[in-house]
Design a protein around this ligand. Sequence first.
Ligand code: SIN
Length: 546
Amino acid sequence: MTIPSGVSVAWEASADLVVVGGGVAGLSAAAAARRGGLRVLTVSKGGPLDTATQYAQGGIAVPGTRDGDSVDAHVFDTCEAGGGLCVPSAVRSIVSGGLGTAATLQSLGASFDRDRGGDLARTREGGHSVRRIIHAGGDATGAEVQRALNISVGAVSVGAEAGHSVLFGSAAARVLVHRGEVVGLLVSSDQGFGVVHSPVVLLATGGLGQLYSCSTNPPGATADGIALGLDAGAEIADLEFVQFHPTVLFAAGSSGRRPLVSEAVRGEGAHLVDQDGLRIMTGVHPLGDLAPRDVVSRAIAERLHITGTDHVLLDARSIDKFHSRFPTVTAACLAAGIDPREHLIPVAPAAHYSCGGIVTDVWGRTGVPGLLAAGEVARTGLHGANRLASNSLLEGLVVGERAGAVAAERLGVRNRTGDVQLPAGTSVPRERLQQLMTEHAGVVRDGYGLDRVASAIRDEASVSGREVRALEDSALTITASALVRAAMQRRESRGCHTRRDFPSGDEDMRRSIRTRKNPDGDLESRFESASQTDAGSTQTMAGVNG
Ligand code: SIN
């Protein structure tokens, strides 16, 4: 099916780099490119605070150099959590790149919590063998990172910094590709459709949480980058690995973005119990309540299934000074009438993070010349089948900054855009899609349920319109197709993909599934070949943390 695709272009602009998305990866790239003298235009659907980064609580996983921590230990924990699908060279490169992260952010004005001795305070989260997570404002790390980056690139007001402009309230409609190379971006804005001529486009659009009825993600997390990347010819991988955060504040009948109860709350001593007061994680994993996230979410989902209930409880009453250590969690709980010092907190798993995405190297390069991706939308190989807690801000900072630097490689490349057309798109109504995905593609899946989602998409999708909401619905629908397709092909349980009908791992499937659009516009997927399993090692730029 196609839609009338020609668009009339109301305005034109040019840049050396167009960044799509105003969160940690996008702004780190914008700042780095600007330092390199590039003219950068950032396009963001919302305002300066409408990003997933803004809501990140726990912190940034940064390898320490004492108390049992090291780059090796951080790499080990990341690969353990990743269920055999991490790309080891990418993990080492990105974790090593994190060593200077705190200093870089502090030089931009970010302020991190300190311990009594004046050193950076470090907490622990699921899957980490030591306390290595740095944080700000107790549990407001993302807000502090966003604040510092917004100011550093002038993203608090349009065009405030020389060399960098920001178009808020504008959506990327299509990456323009001519003769296989990126030549610009089609943008939907208040002034109508516009074309930004640019040899490099960086997709830093965040995640896909809006595929599900409840998510920790903001409303803008509609998988736009996955759809834009597929349309431009890029490959995606590991999309079946959707991470469900185990402890999201529960309220009966609620939907949309739900407040997180940071894993750091368990890191400081809280534990999970069911509604009869029985410990949930006892005997499940050696790390108990601090087991990796997939293990905890699955244990909760199983307990809910057995007990026929819809939430479990987090007992954080033993934590000293809870209100000042976790002000964001406290505010959300108090708003719901719960004081964590006295009451157990009702929690349930909800969609939190996409471990897969557009295949890139550790510099954000995709297989399409001029197309970069960084942050949650990208799949560098850091997360494998399950992301280790607080590795996402780390990845956004490290790979974002590198992507901003490599954008200079195409400085001066000037190609004309051909005919400007909107991509053909179809969509299933959003609430229907969310209901299908929540019911059949959640923490635990099976072939029958996944097939029901695939059939519903096939039977119920209709031609999308051209407004921003319609572009989002179309992105959600194609992403759901790709995700469900990979989840059906992965006839095993691994990381955060659990199949009730294939409960064990299968060594033959310890490979990523790669998906792309064929020339007819249909999705094609395949298990990657052995030569691709450590692609990051061949793609890294010589000399820098490769
Ligand atoms: C949390 O604070 O539990 C979330 C951190 C993360 O998702 O990495």
